[in-house]
Design a protein around this ligand. Sequence first.
Ligand SMILES: [Zn+2]
Length: 202
Amino acid sequence: MYPVRIPKWVTYLYPHRLWHKSRTEKKLYLSFDDGPIPEITPWVLEQLDKYNAKASFFCVGENVEKHTDIYQQILEEGHQVGNHTQNHLNGWKTPTATYLENVAKCQKNVETQLFRPPYGKLSRKQAKILKKNYTIVMWDVLSGDFDPQCSSKECLQNVLRYSQNGSIIVFHDNIKAWKSLQYTLPRVLEHYRQAGYQFCAL
Ligand SMILES: [Zn+2]
């Protein structure tokens, strides 16, 4: 299991990582990991555009290489991009030198100062080195869109129940998440627009 809402003590353990933004403004920070891919990312961009919403895309370098046109579209539409490694590596299972090399490889495709570790997994050593050049962006609300055990309705509830001012919310523009994302994203955009929120890029 994974926590939908990140407990405070976790954020205290890793104070140098970004868990959320200002709690005083009615702003939300949607983020999409693992793209860009033609099956889903253009659809996400279309939804965001309907609501004049900006978001952040943590891109996998090899997907950017394959789908440069979609990557360009993300930038042209005013969204933020972040590094999510070249090949979606698990930091806990990858030696530090290999991991850093993979981040650097992604950086050639994605020019950014934001980094999000795949699976949220990063060793202390990897984090210590990466934080010199990047803001390590985590989240405070995990939609659960990637989880086959989590229904689309639960995924929506996760977001609606736990989001607050300044929340960084995780979705995925990957195939596994498509069913839940399709259901949840338009409803989240509608719900929070009506509640007077603005959707911003990091
Ligand atoms: Zn990922």
